[in-house]
Design a protein around this ligand. Sequence first.
Ligand code: 26Q
Length: 825
Amino acid sequence: QSSTKNKTQSITVAEISQRIEHHLKFTLDEQINVDQKPAYWRATSLALNDIIVEKLQNTKARQQQSEVKSVNYLSLEYLMGRLLSNNLHNLGLYTNTEKALKTMGFELADLCEQGADLALGNGGLGRLAACFLDSLATLDYSAMGYGVHYQHGLFKQSFADGQQIETPDMWREFGSPWEICRPESSQTIPLYGHIEEVAQANGTIKSVWHAGKTLKGVPWDVPIVGYNSDTVNALRLWECRADNAFDWDTFNHGDYLQAHQQQVAAETVSKVLYPNDEHEAGKELRFVQQYFFCACSVQDIIARFENQYGALAEQSHWQTFCEKVAIQLNDTHPTIAILELMRTLIDNHNVDWDNAWAICQKVFAYTNHTLLPEALEKWSVALFQRVLPRHLSILYRINEAFLNDDVNALWPNNDDMRARLSLIEEGHEPKVRMAHLCVVTAHRVNGVAQIHSDLVKQDLFPEFDQLWPTKLTNVTNGITPRRWLKACNPLLANLLDSTINADWAKDLNRLSELKHLADNADFQQQFMAIKQQNKIALTKEIKKLTGITVSPDAIFDVQIKRLHEYKRQHLNLLHIISLYRQLLANPELDMQPRVFIFGAKAAPGYKLAKEIIYATNKVAEKINNDIRIQDKLKVVFLPNYRVSLAEKIIPAADVSEQISTAGKEASGTGNMKLALNGAVTIGTLDGANIEIAEEVGDDNIFIFGLTVDEVKALDAQDYNSYQYYQNNAEIRACLDWLDTDYFTPGNPGELSSIKESFLAGGDPYKVLADFQSYADAQLALDKAYRNPSQWAKMAILNTALMGKFNSDRSIEDYVQNIWHLTVSK
Ligand code: 26Q
C-alpha cells in the first residue's frame, strides 16, 4: 500500500463540503443551510469518520500483511476528551474544513464545542492512556487499546452554594459519531459456579469450571488517528449485555419480566465508571467489571491472533504468540487478565502449566501509578472464590510455585519473607494482593517518573527488586503535543510554525531552538502577546461559567487536577487566606494582582475533599466581593473540570501549581502540559517536577518544600504539626480564622474540619511543614513576574525545554525496553 497521508491532506474544500452535505441530507435528513450547530457538528464528524474508517481498514490490512508485533494496552480508563478538532488536526484537514464550513456559515472552532467529552476516566491514568494511543498511531505502531464502554463516564460536577453536586455524564445521549459497533466480535464471559475435578484417561486430573452465569461483551471501536501518519488504530470498548442464549430458558418458562431483569442486571456491569481515583473501592460490581473487561479483551486478543496466524492448537504457535503479542497492564485494575490468559491456555487450548506460565511472563508487563497504600488493590479471597473459582485455584498454584521456588531459593525457610511476598495477605479476611501478582508475572514493571520508579524499587517492592534485579524499571510519562499545544493553543502553534523550520508537533525536541530567542525582546513580545490573548479568552470563559470578572493583567495561577489531600489544594488555599489577611492589614501591599484558578472533582465519597471544595468556594466568595483589596486577589473555582476545559485553561496559565507532598505524586502530567504552554511551575521535588526542573534549570522554576528524604525523616521522628501552628503566627491566624463565621456568615465552624485535619488529624501530607517555604516561593514568583522580560524569558524557556515530555518519547521507551515492536508503515 502506498502512503495515504498526503492523499488525505489533499482533500479539497469542495470535497469536504460535499461530504458534509451528504450526511446532512441522507444521514440526518436535515435541510441544507438550516442554522443548527448540532446537526452541522454531527455531519462534519460523520464526514470525517468516513475518511478515517477507510484509513482504519488500510491500516489493518497493512499491519496484518507485515505481521508486525502488536501491543494491547489494557486500561479501565481512557480520558479521550473531544475528538473532532483533534482528528482534523491529526489528518491535516483542519484548515480546509474550516474553509468549507465558513462557506456554509459556521465557525469550525464553534462547532467543535458541540461535542461531548469522552470522559471514560478519572484523571492522570486515563489521560495518559489517551496520549499513548495518539503516540502509538502517530509513530505507526500496531496497537489496540482495550477499555470499557461505560454508559456513564465521570460524573458531571456543579456547585450549589459552594458544595459539589454530582450528576450523571450522558455522553451518548444523542449517539456518538465516532464509534463502530462490532457485534460479530462479541464475547461470552463465564462467571460464578463451581469446579469439577475430572479424572482423565491418562491418569491426570483436569479442572472443569461449570459457570453459574454468563455475560455477553459487545465491542465498540473508536478509531485512533495518528498525526501526519498512515496509521489509524482502534480503541475497543466493551459493553456488557445479558447473554440471551443463556437466558433463553427463562423466556421459555414464560417469565418474561424476570428475563428482562437479567438484562438490566447484566447492563449494570458496564453502566458506570467508578469515580474514586487513588482509592480502592472493594465492591463486587467493580470486581465483576474488571473481570468482564479482562476476559473480553484476552479472548479478543486470542481470536485476532488465530484469525491472522491460524489455530493455536500447536505448541509452535504459542511461540509465535509471544513474538506477536504484548499486553500492557495500566495499573493493577486489569490484573485478572493474567489469570484469564492462564485459564484459557490450560483449559481451552491444552497448553501445559509450564508453557502457559512462560507465555504469560513473556507477554505481560505492568505499569505502577501509585505508592499510596490506600490505592493498592486487594480483593478478598472469599469474593474471588465465589465469582472466579477457577482463577483463584490458578492463582494459588502460581503462589505455591513462587514461594517454594523463587522465594525459597533466595531466603530459604524464611516464613517472614514468605508472608511478606505471598500473593495472599493472611489475616481476619484473607486478600489477594493484585500488585504482587503483576510483579511476579510481568517481565517488566515500570514506574512513571524517575523518582517514582526509584521509590517503587526502594520502598514498595525492595524484595522483588532483589529477586529480579532487571525487572523494575522507569518510563517517564509524556503528553501528546498535538492535543496539548497544536490543537488547544493555535496562536502559539502558529508562532512556532513560523519560527521553527520543522514539524515540531512530531519532533518536540525541535522546540529547543527557541532557547536562542528567549532573550530576544521582539520574540518575547510576540510570545507574551499570545499569552495575553489566551488570558483574555479565558477571562470571558470565567465570566460565562461563574459570573466572576477577572483582569487579564493579573497573574493567572492555575491548579487543575483531581481533588486529593496529597495534591494539597488546601496548601494553596491556606496561602490565599494568608495573602488576603496581609492585604486587609495593608491594602497598599506591593504585589502583582493575582487570579487563583482551580479545577477539581472530588470523589463523591471523599468527605474532606468535598469540604476543601466548599471552603475554597466560600473563601472565593468573600475575597471576590471584598472591595477593600482592590481586585488584587481573585479566586475562581471552575466547575466540571475535564479535558475540554483543560484545553481552555492551559494556554492561558502563567503559573502552574504542582505542590504535592514529596513522594506522593507518582508523576503528574498536567505539570508537563502547563509548562509546554509557557506556564512557570511552582512545585515540590516530586514526580516529574524533578525532571522538569532538570530540563528547564533552577532559574526557570520555583521549587520549594521538603524533599522525599526530609518527609521520611519527619515521619521517623513523629511529625508534630502543632509545632508549626504554635510557632508560626501566620499559620495560626489563618487556621483560627477558619473556626469563625467570617467566610460562612452565621455558620461558624463550617470550615473547621480543614483546620482539624492539620491538627488533630495529624496533617498526614505535611501542609503545615511546607507552608512557609511555599509562601516564600510565592513571594519570589511575584517579584519575578513584575520583571516582564525576566518572566517572558522563563515562560519561553519552559516551552522550549519540554521536548522530553512528548508521549512519543515515552512510547519509544516502552518499545525499546518493554514491547520490542517494529513500525508498520
Ligand atoms: C481503583 C479501585 C477501584 C476503583 C477505582 C480505582 C482507581 C481508579 C483510578 C484507582 C486509581 C485511579 C487513578 C490513578 C491515577 O490517575 N494516577 C495518576 O497516574 C498518572 C499517570 O501515570 C500520574 O501522572 C499521577 O501522578 C497519578 O496520580
